[in-house]
Design a binder for this molecule. Structure first.
Ligand code: 0GY
Length: 306
């Protein structure tokens, strides 16, 4: 794969991903990834907090095939703001093998919403990570939630674990399925059964409409990809958190690579290693199939899943 532009301030994505040892189940979905640019065709948003390297759809689809995934869920990232053109372009080029999560504003018309739906968008993302966005007031998000609910879309939320108590009432009042990015970003130096992660587990236990992506060990790990006991156990400090959710909520978890991994400064993950990581968090064939095929297909391709 070819690197198209040297990133400004952040690492470029790893362009020689290894072939995973773990063979993904037939029909596996990479349920969290992005496309960026190319910036000359799809400029980055003026209000962005970072400028990524270009990561176009062709590179994403090549990675999908290389890793053994069948489908992608492409998530609008903050660097493109609410301009969903790069996302829509990728969805339309995917041959129905990609669905999207958009970012929208209050003034979106019904016609524009319908066009997004026709392109393959199935949800919106509400981002509460302060370093990434100046977030919209909750009253506006509530209106957006009401607008998208009739389309049978869902809401993806991204936040830091320390903010969960403040966001709890808002999340639990949302009228759709709510998918939490990256397990609510736990501090993995704390215990899995400690108060912080237990609150997240309670959120899922008490609210059957709340799902979690068990993604992004590369963002959450302190030990990193190889520190503890070799590549077989990459990101070993994050795995117990993800495995706990996979085992407790097997029909409400999703996995994604997060390619091209925006905002990483310390190391850029080998996506092949991220696929191998799945064996640590979903140790049986049944759990793997639910995580990688059944759950994302039910949420994003119900017409195919049956
Ligand atoms: C991710 C995580 C990050 C970035 C974004 O929308 C974004 O810009 O989500 C991050 O910096 O943690 O999921 O890509």
């Amino acid at each position: 794969m070819q690197q198209l532009e040297v990133t400004k301030g952040w690492l470029p994505f790893y362009n020689k991903p290894s072939k995973p040892h773990f063979k993904l189940p037939e029909g596996a979905v990479d349920a969290h990834c992005h496309v960026f640019g190319p910036h000359d065709k799809f400029p980055y948003a003026p209000e962005r907090k970072y400028t990524p390297c270009d990561a176009p759809k062709e590179a994403l689809f090549a990675l999908r095939d290389h890793l053994g995934f069948s489908r992608n869920v492409i998530v609008q990232a903050t660097c493109h703001g609410t301009d969903n053109r790069a996302l829509v372009d990728a969805l339309e080029a995917s041959n129905d093998l990609a669905r999207g999560i958009a970012s929208i504003k209050l003034d979106i018309t019904d016609e524009e919403l319908l066009k997004l739906h026709q392109a393959g968008v199935r949800g919106v993302r509400f981002n509460f990570v302060k370093r990434l966005v100046d977030f919209l007031p909750k009253e506006q998000l509530e209106i957006i939630a009401k607008r998208i609910a009739p389309l049978d879309w869902h809401i993806v939320v991204y936040f830091e674990a320390e903010d969960l108590p403040d966001l709890w009432d808002f999340f639990t009042s949302l009228p759709t399925i709510v998918v939490v990015d990256h397990m609510g970003r736990p501090d993995v130096s704390k215990p899995v059964d400690g108060p912080e992660f237990s609150l997240f587990v309670k959120l899922m236990r008490d609210n059957p409409n709340i799902w979690s992506k068990v993604s992004c060990p590369e963002r959450l790990s302190i030990t990193g990809p190889r520190a503890l006991s070799g590549e077989q156990n990459a990101y070993q400090d994050v795995a117990p958190f993800a495995r706990y959710l996979v085992e407790q909520f097997p029909n409400r978890v999703l996995f994604g690579t997060d390619w091209p991994h925006p905002n990483l400064k310390d190391h850029m993950p080998d996506d092949g290693l991220l696929v191998d990581y799945i064996r640590q968090i979903a140790p049986t064939a049944d759990l793997q199939k639910q995580l990688l095929v059944d759950n994302p297909m039910r949420l994003y391709w119900p017409e195919v899943a049956g």
